[in-house]
Design a protein around this ligand. Structure first.
Ligand code: URP
Ligand code: ZN
Ligand code: ZN
Ligand code: ZN
Length: 483
């Protein structure tokens, strides 16, 4: 059964033009004028765009004594409802656990996925076993490795471990990712705040100022440079971190930055209204910041110094959040957003003139597919690409509300936000999953997308040169050892 999307305007990362799209066997078979198929979908007044790819989700992830509430079924259903047709989730080995066992766990969780998906691997500990297994992980089609510079005492890796892992990534043609916050300083500030009696959720924000993120981002970039590796910085939330990325890119280093839709739109006042539940539901790392930081992130998307927009979807119920009632450091860190990323970014970005439609497609889909090495299978409206397609109606609107969302949690951080720009139809590998408010997500439809190592260029482009043997330097005739 072929399908044809008719009378729409195709919007890709680089072009806007009128054409029909014919879908056969889950892929885009033809793009052209006056096409016909067994089934026809009317896109009059709509934009036909590559489905969103969320490069950063945590579905059913064990974290801070509990599991994130959305699993691959509810998570990918929420994704589809908002026009996202692929998620990239993090395999998270327990410290000491085999990376290959972690993949098995994620294989089991993801059988329920209604969208295609792929994995990043987290490097939560270091040793010969991890070093060796990283090659097998790459062979399994996972070529991105995440490092937590925060969460001291659990997931955090030290600089020497990160340096070793980055070098290994460079050798394997893999791309390292970092959660950049100075975990030692966060831990020290948290203890200081608790000792002074500040145990509420607003103290979470005080414990993680922009400086801890800026310092860690800069450190990770310098370490990646010395390891001759490119770098991808997840959830960039502040000017200090953006500045470090901008500076590195200006020098020619291959550093990518990923702001979240939450940080672009929600600010630190969310923690300050005295309502414990409201604030705790918004506890995530890094925390929401002020308008100056938000403006910096928007500017980065406009200028290209930041390349993608993610959600870091890691949803916890109010009850789960209340684990930290007497101690903010025990509030599970994370917020939702999978269903809302595209409509909110369209409303606050495209409709306000901050982003063009083509830039919208680039940062929600195409750039992600390119950076993660799955373009043009994903992230493209091209003949031969997977038919992950949204028919986007720029006139449909709604008010975001937990009452009508697909996520299983009992609130939404965007509650009350009005959005204009929503999907009319969503196709996942050619199958219709969304028709306006009707959700027909099929658990099990999703397939794992294997990604090849980065063959051509996987370097940091550094001018830094490793000195492997100490040299003797003559100074005024006196031999000086070392340099
Ligand atoms: O607070 C957050 N971001 N939770 C999810 C895990 C992570 O750090 O990405
Ligand atoms: Zn993180
Ligand atoms: Zn995350
Ligand atoms: Zn199917």
């Amino acid at each position: 059964m072929s399908k044809v999307i008719k009378n729409g305007t195709i919007v890709t990362a680089d072009r806007t033009y009128k054409a029909d799209v014919l879908i056969e066997g889950g892929v885009i078979a033809r793009i052209g004028q006056n096409l016909s198929g067994d089934e026809s979908f009317d896109a009059t007044g709509c934009y036909v765009m590559p489905g969103g790819i969320d490069p950063h989700t945590h579905l059913e992830m064990p974290f801070m004594g509990t599991y994130s509430a959305d699993d691959f079924e509810s998570g990918t259903r929420a994704a589809l409802a908002g026009g996202t047709t692929m998620v990239v989730d993090f395999c998270l080995p327990n410290p000491g656990q085999s990376l290959l066992d972690a993949i098995k766990m994620w294989d089991n969780k993801s059988v329920k996925a209604a969208t295609d998906y792929t994995f990043h691997m987290a490097v939560t500990w270091w040793g010969e076993q991890v070093f060796n297994e990283m090659a097998e992980v790459v062979d399994r089609g996972i070529n991105t490795f995440k490092h937590f510079m925060a969460y001291k005492g659990s997931l955090m890796v030290d600089d020497d471990e990160m340096f070793s892992s980055f070098q290994r990534c460079s050798d394997l043609g893999a791309l390292p990712l970092v959660h950049a916050e100075n975990g030692d300083v966060v831990a020290a500030l948290s203890q200081k705040l608790l000792a002074a009696g500040n145990n509420g959720p607003e103290a979470h924000a005080y414990s993680r100022p922009a400086e801890v993120e800026g310092e860690a981002t800069n450190r990770a970039i310098m370490i990646a440079d010395m390891a001759n590796s490119p770098l991808y910085v997840v959830h960039v939330s502040c000017e200090q971190s953006h500045e470090a990325i901008r500076r590195a890119r200006q020098k020619g280093m291959r550093v990518f930055g990923e702001p979240l839709i939450q940080h672009l739109v929600l600010d630190e006042t969310e923690y300050m209204n005295g309502d414990w539940d409201h604030a705790a539901r918004r506890v995530m790392s890094p925390p929401f910041r002020n308008k100056q930081h938000q403006d910096s992130l928007w500017a980065g998307l406009q200028a290209g110094s930041l390349q993608v927009v993610a959600t870091d979807h890691c949803a916890f119920t109010t009850e789960q959040k209340r684990t930290g009632l007497n101690d903010f450091t025990k509030i599970p860190n994370g917020t939702g957003g999978l269903e809302d990323r595209l409509p909110v970014l369209w409303t606050r970005g495209v409709a306000t003139g901050r982003l063009t439609m083509n830039e919208f497609v680039a940062v929600t889909s195409t750039n992600i597919a390119k950076i993660l090495n799955m373009y043009p299978k994903k992230g493209a409206i091209l003949e031969g690409s997977d038919a992950d397609i949204i028919v986007w109606d720029p006139k449909r609107s709604k008010t975001i509300s937990a009452g009508s969302q697909q996520s299983v949690i009992d609130y939404n951080v965007f509650e009350g936000v009005e959005v204009t720009g929503l999907p009319r139809f969503v196709f996942t590998r050619g199958e219709l999953a969304i028709t306006e408010d009707t959700v027909d997500a099929k658990p099990g439809h999703g397939e794992f997308v294997a990604r090849q190592p980065f063959a051509a260029v996987n370097r940091a482009l550094s001018t830094w040169k490793e000195i492997t043997a100490p040299r003797k330097v003559e100074r005024a005739g006196i031999p000086v050892s070392g340099v």
